[in-house]
Design a protein around this ligand. Structure first.
Ligand code: ZN
Length: 582
């Protein structure tokens, strides 16, 4: 994709959705935006029809703001070395976002106070109404400053971890760059790389420990201010978790422990045997157990794009036409180059209702998975756009528990067609083996992180020593067979490298819930591809005005992530992994 212009030509995108409320010309500055927030705030709402009109106008304003933010975000991540782009995004987060948040909350209160809200059509507005009521009920003026303090502590955590580098083979490298060496066939290389990274992380463990202690106290205060006994109970309301309770998460932990952990340990046993080692060490988990060099699915970005297109055309014509449209409109920025931010994401341009995919491909197996994963998110954006779902029920507001079903299941079902596109028969199996072993390990890790957070926030007065004890026992409950002998302190502080604990507390179980759904879609796809894709598409067209169980059922999968579901999933995963290992 060398000839793709670096400047994102946003103005060239087709605008099929006409504005009804905002004028054609508007500047993304507070003086301009303020007028619309104020008009919405002043407007007299004398009937349910007027309230409905008001909600649609507010949604149009929200979509505009969301899109403008996204454009600034794309530019700043695509060219981190362009100071103008960095400045534009910073201006948004520093100057605009706080004002928009406050102004939006005023509108939220206006909505909640309207007597006509109960007369709106339930099918479109029911869940949105519930979300708004719930947001108003837990809002406390006094928490605004505490939340600001919380995000300052988050930034402190990122400064500490962002500054972590090690010198290896004469070069200064980030922790992310170091993780690549864990795939090296030479065990001594892996060990050295692992130890270097681990020692570097441990050097800051006390700083991070202190930051976390402060965060926990702060979050506990926020919860108590809002009338909750603890931060866990508060966050369930805050995150609109209407369809499951903390006890359901505990059942998930139990299900993982009973059904998934034994499978995870079987996988490790087979790995140790294949690698001919007496016991595994933490640096033995990412490498190919047969000692083969890494997979190379494509050489250039063009190969990645055409391969992905071929794979998608085997899954479904409509979905593959969406991908072609993204190529055509240059909504993909896939190659890794200097000045580009790390990682990958899919974002929605909310007004034009088109998706954009960003990633850093270098020719690895993971790159193929990432592109197909993000494409699943993009299909969601396209299908919601076709369905013309109002913005508050559209993709940008989709709960992660379902958004990740769209992406994870696409990642898995496209894997059924790797043979003859990216790989020969053996390499296709190898790639799928890695994917499904990864799923087993992901379930276990999600349970570890989630169970740890449940403990942390229901025991807010704990000491740092007690925290480490709780972590180690949680870790041991779900871990594989790797030995930490002599590496006990690395294990004791391993949680410090999971940024979610700091940045987005309690956000992690969503991956576990979505994975149960995605595996359901994939499992049906193997027996009934047409039926599975049909259900996938109709579920993705519904929007987030529907409750999670309804979305799951529309996708043809059962809602539920307790021991019974996990036992069934473990059986399927075991046989798939055996099949791919042959
Ligand atoms: Zn995703």
């Amino acid at each position: 994709m060398a000839d793709q212009p670096l400047v994102f030509d946003y103005s060239a995108l087709p605008r099929e959705f006409k504005r009804r409320y905002l004028p054609r010309e508007i500047r993304f500055e507070w003086d301009d935006l303020k007028r619309f927030f104020e008009e919405l705030g002043r407007r007299r709402l004398g009937s349910s029809a007027e309230l409905e009109r008001w909600l649609m106008d507010e949604a149009e304003l929200d979509a505009y703001v969301y899109e403008q933010r996204a454009v600034r975000y794309f530019n700043s991540t695509r060219q981190t070395d362009n100071p103008e782009y960095a400045k534009a995004y910073e201006e948004y987060t520093q100057l605009l976002e706080p004002r928009i948040k406050l102004a939006s909350f005023e509108l939220l209160k206006k909505y909640a106070a309207s007597p006509f809200r109960t007369q709106l059509p339930r099918r479109t507005y029911g869940l949105e109404d519930r979300r708004r009521q719930s947001a108003v009920s837990i809002f406390r003026e006094g928490n605004v400053d505490l939340e600001k303090e919380d995000s300052t502590l988050s930034q402190k955590y990122f400064r500490t971890t962002g500054a972590m580098t090690v010198t290896y083979r004469g070069q200064e490298r980030t922790m992310q760059q170091m993780s690549r060496f864990l795939e090296e066939p030479d065990r001594a290389v892996r060990e050295e790389a692992w130890r270097l990274s681990s020692q570097r992380a441990l050097a800051d463990s006390e700083t991070i420990d202190n930051t976390y202690t402060q965060m926990i106290a702060l979050r506990d205060r926020i919860a108590r201010n809002a009338g909750f006994d603890n931060y866990r109970d508060y966050i369930f309301v805050k995150k609109d978790r209407f369809d499951y309770a903390p006890q359901d998460c505990e059942e998930f932990h139990r299900g993982v422990e009973e059904a998934i952990v034994p499978l995870s340990r079987e996988i490790d046993r087979a790995r140790a045997e294949k690698m001919e080692v007496d016991f595994l060490r933490p640096w033995d988990l990412a490498v190919d157990p047969a000692g083969r060099p890494a997979l190379h699915p494509f050489k250039e970005i063009a190969g990645l794009v055409s391969g992905a297109g071929k794979v998608m055309s085997k899954v479904d014509d409509e979905l593959s036409s969406y991908f072609e449209r993204m190529v055509e409109l240059q909504l993909l920025d896939l190659d890794s180059r200097k000045g580009k931010a790390p990682g990958g994401y899919q974002e929605e341009l909310a007004e034009v209702r088109l998706p954009f995919i960003f990633m850093n491909a270098t020719g690895k197996d993971d790159d193929v998975r990432t592109l197909l994963h993000e494409s699943g998110h993009s299909f969601h954006t396209f299908l919601l756009s076709e369905a013309k779902v109002p913005f508050f029920n559209a993709g940008a507001n989709m709960p992660m528990e379902f958004a990740e079903v769209a992406s994870m299941s696409m990642e898995m079902i496209t894997g059924e067609h790797y043979e003859g596109t990216f790989y020969d028969r053996d390499d296709a199996k190898r790639s799928n083996w890695k994917e499904f072993v990864g799923n087993v390990k992901l379930f276990a890790w999600v349970a570890t992180i989630d169970a740890f957070q449940h403990w942390v926030y229901t025991h807010p007065a704990h000491t740092p020593d007690e925290r480490v004890k709780a972590w180690v026992s949680t870790f041991n409950r779900f871990c594989g067979l790797e030995s930490y002998e002599g590496l006990e302190s690395s294990r004791a502080y391993r949680w410090q490298r999971q940024l979610h604990l700091f940045e987005v507390p309690f956000y992690y179980i969503e991956y576990g819930i979505a994975l149960t759904g995605a595996l359901g879609v994939w499992s049906r796809y193997r027996k009934d591809p047409k039926g599975a894709v049909g259900a996938y598409k109709s579920a993705l067209s519904l929007g987030c005005g529907r409750a999670l169980p309804e979305l799951f059922e529309a996708a043809g999968v059962e809602w539920g992530f307790g021991p019974a579901t996990l036992r069934r999933i473990a059986t399927e995963l075991r046989s798939a992994i055996q099949e791919y290992a042959e």
